[in-house]
Design a protein around this ligand. Structure first.
Ligand code: 2HA
Ligand code: ZN
Length: 271
C-alpha cells in the first residue's frame, strides 16, 4: 500500500488550504473544503474495509452512499493543514444508511468533519445532478467579498452585475453568476438546504455577511471561481467610495460572452 501523505488529493488539500490561509480568507477555523475521491485511487493508499469509527451526520445523503470524501475537520485551522494533514483532515465514506460517515483516515485527535458538512454534501448532491463531473465544494471568508456584503445590496442579479463590471474576465469565468443567500445561522441543515437549492443554478453562492461557497470539477476550478469573485470584490471596494468615470458596459459583456462562447445569465444584464 502506498503512503497516503504522497497522494495527490492530500497534497491538493494541503496546498489549497495554505493558499487560502495566506490570502487572508480563512482566519482561525474559518472555511472548509470537501473533495469527492475516486474509490480506486483511495484503495491504493487505504484498506477500504478498515473503518476507524463511524460518525452520524444528522441528515440524509442517500444519493451519496458509498462515496468517499476528504474533508477538513471541525474547529481545525487551514493554517495547520500543511504540517499536520492527518489530524486536520479526514477521509469519510457515506455508509449504507445514508446518514452515517465511516472514517477511513484522519481526525487523529478524535475530531470530526466540518460543522458545515450539511451544506457541503447537499451541495455535492445538487451539483452532481446538473454536472456529474463535480468533485469539489469549498467555503471561505474572502475579505473583500465579505466587505462588499455590507455595502452592496444582497440581490443576486445586482451583486453579479456589479462583479461582472469589475474585471473583464468575470463574465467569462462565472457566466452563471453568483447566488446570494441572506444572513442565516451557519452549521445547520437549513443553510445546507438553502445552499444546495442555489447550487442547482449557480456554482458560487454568497452567504450574506459570512462568506462564499464554490463548487467545481477540480480544486483549481473551484479555487479560481472564488479567487475571481474576490478579485472583482477587491476592485469594487477600492473604487466604491469614488466617482465612477468608466465601466464595462452591458453590450461589452455580451461581446465577451459571445466571443468566448459561454452561456451566461442574460437576465442579469440590463439590455
Ligand atoms: O467552519 O467557516 O462557516 C468554520 C466556518 C463555518
Ligand atoms: Zn464560514
Amino acid at each position: 500500500m502506498k503512503d497516503i501523505l504522497t497522494a495527490k488529493f492530500v497534497k491538493e488539500m494541503q496546498s489549497t488550504t495554505a493558499n487560502m490561509y495566506r490570502l487572508g480568507w480563512d482566519e482561525r477555523n474559518g472555511g472548509n473544503i470537501s473533495y469527492m475521491l475516486d474509490e480506486k485511487e483511495v484503495a491504493e493508499y487505504l484498506d477500504l474495509n478498515n473503518v476507524i469509527r463511524t460518525i452520524p451526520t444528522g441528515f440524509d445523503a442517500t444519493e451519496l452512499i458509498g462515496k468517499i470524501f476528504i474533508v477538513t475537520g471541525t474547529g481545525k485551522y487551514f493554517k495547520n493543514v500543511m504540517d499536520d494533514p492527518e489530524n486536520n483532515l479526514g477521509i469519510i465514506r457515506i455508509a449504507a444508511d445514508g446518514t452515517t460517515a465511516e472514517l477511513l483516515w484522519g481526525y487523529t485527535d478524535g475530531g470530526k468533519f466540518t460543522s458545515e458538512l450539511p451544506a457541503h454534501l447537499m451541495s455535492h448532491m445538487a451539483r452532481l445532478r446538473v454536472d456529474p463531473e463535480n468533485r469539489v465544494v469549498m467555503h471561505s471568508h474572502p475579505t473583500n467579498t465579505l466587505a462588499m456584503n455590507y455595502i452592496h445590496e444582497l440581490d443576486e442579479k445586482k451583486f453579479t452585475h456589479t462583479l461582472w463590471e469589475m474585471c473583464t474576465e468575470c463574465i467569462v469565468v462565472f457566466p452563471d453568476g453568483v447566488g446570494v443567500l441572506p444572513w442565516m445561522l451557519c452549521g445547520t441543515n437549513e443553510i445546507g438546504e438553502a445552499t444546495a437549492k442555489k447550487m442547482e443554478e449557480f456554482r458560487l453562492v454568497v452567504w450574506g455577511m459570512h462568506g462564499i461557497y464554490g463548487a467545481g470539477k477540480t480544486m483549481d476550478e473551484t479555487f479560481g471561481l472564488i479567487e475571481t469573485v474576490e478579485k472583482a470584490a477587491q476592485i469594487y471596494m477600492l473604487t466604491a467610495h469614488m466617482p465612477r468615470v468608466n465601466t464595462i458596459k452591458d453590450s461589452e459583456m455580451v461581446e465577451l460572452a459571445e466571443f468566448f462562447g459561454v452561456k451566461y445569465r442574460k437576465d442579469f444584464l440590463n439590455l
